[in-house]
Design a protein around this ligand. Structure first.
Ligand SMILES: CSC[C@H]1O[C@H](OP(=O)(O)O)[C@H](O)[C@@H]1O
Ligand SMILES: Nc1ncnc2[nH]cnc12
Length: 331
């Protein structure tokens, strides 16, 4: 047990592990982030998580697929590193190229840790969803601002016995990112709605009609299988997160529409993907501008850790090097 891990420079053995892992990604800013103050400017690195139908990203220069190791296991795929108009970007196909991984088997921790390790500051998630509202037909993009997490077979935290943390999820998405997505999306003429609740179901089967009606009665806008625990883990890793939920179907509640099938989702996603690509190209140059630290996410751990230093588990602390290095290594 090392009681002094939070005090940088006091435990040579533990720090060795931390340092070895922190430098893994080519865009990593871990060292600067460790000591950043909220007045400090940072150079964002944009991460894009592509959902169903989005397994690559257009227009990147200096493209390179690269494997990133994490202490949580394998991410869904290699990460695609590149630049777009000079902005550093990292793309991850959520289900892997060719879509081999179902929602419940996604290694969400490895995915988020890998992006963090790669230096990503801002994550834009692109997801196919079913609509739970008449006014959100297929082809619409919903800029989600809330989630209801009904997933139940997933590991939902980086923390645990030996280092307990409780971050706030009251405002789970970055409104700074959504402002940019909304403005650029409207300029492109994409049908989008700002705000909405994404119901996360476990899957992989689609909902029963009773479930679909239940989610509607809760006021949810869209239903999908992937954005939790992704958003929770991004918050724990102090990364900004926002989702563009792209409607592909009316799930199974609508009396005038067939119940959702993969065939229908894929067909609509082909059109949605084109708009998603236009949108991503428009927002990256804006999101990639230098900006002040965004405390809502980038300071999420400031008041979240509760485990006394002498009760902390060195092995877990070492695994948290990328996710919580800013605070664990603070001198
Ligand atoms: C292929 S339809 C169901 C599948 O699509 C969505 O995934 P993603 O959010 O990665 O686009 C949905 O959540 C399901 O995983
Ligand atoms: N109706 C639906 N339910 C869950 N996930 C989806 N992804 C796309 N459509 C969906």
């Amino acid at each position: 047990m090392c009681p002094s891990l939070f005090l940088a420079g006091t435990c040579a053995a533990c720090r060795l592990v931390v340092q070895k892992r922190t430098v893994a990604g080519p865009f990593n800013q871990g060292a600067e982030r460790t000591h950043m103050s909220s007045e400090q400017e940072i150079q964002p690195v944009i991460g894009v998580i592509g959902g169903s139908g989005l397994y690559d990203i257009d227009g990147l220069e200096n493209k390179e697929w690269r494997r990133v190791e994490t202490p949580w296991g394998e991410p869904s795929d290699e990460l695609l590193f590149g630049t777009f108009e000079g902005v550093k970007c990292v793309f991850l196909p959520r289900h892997g190229r060719g879509h081999p991984i179902p929602p419940s088997e996604l290694n969400f921790r490895a995915n988020i840790d890998a992006l963090k390790r790669a230096g990503v500051t801002d994550i834009l998630s692109l997801s196919a969803v079913g609509s739970l509202k008449e006014e959100l037909p297929p082809g619409h993009f919903v800029l989600v601002d809330q989630f209801i997490d009904r997933s139940f077979a997933r590991i939902k935290t980086f923390f645990g016995t030996g280092c307990v943390a409780h971050v706030s999820m009251a405002d789970p998405v970055s409104h700074r990112i959504l402002d940019v997505v909304e403005r650029e999306g409207r300029k492109l003429g994409i049908s989008l709605i700002r705000g909405g609740t994404y119901l996360v179901m476990e899957g992989p089967q689609f909902s029963t009609r009773a479930e679909s009606h239940l989610y509607r009665s809760w006021g949810c806008s869209v239903v999908g299988m992937t954005n939790m625990p992704e958003a929770k883990l991004a918050r724990e890793a102090e990364m900004n997160y926002a989702t563009v939920a792209m409607v592909t179907d009316f799930d199974c509640w609508h009396p005038d529409h067939d119940s959702v099938t993969v065939e229908a989702v894929v067909k609509v996603m082909k059109g949605n993907a084109e708009n998603a690509r236009r949108l991503v190209k428009a927002i990256i140059p804006v999101l990639g501008q230098k900006r002040p630290v965004d405390p809502s996410a980038e300071r999420a751990l400031d008041f979240a850790l509760i485990t006394a230093p002498e009760k902390r588990d060195p092995a877990l602390m070492a695994k948290l090097d990328a996710v919580a290095g800013r605070i664990l290594n603070a001198g």
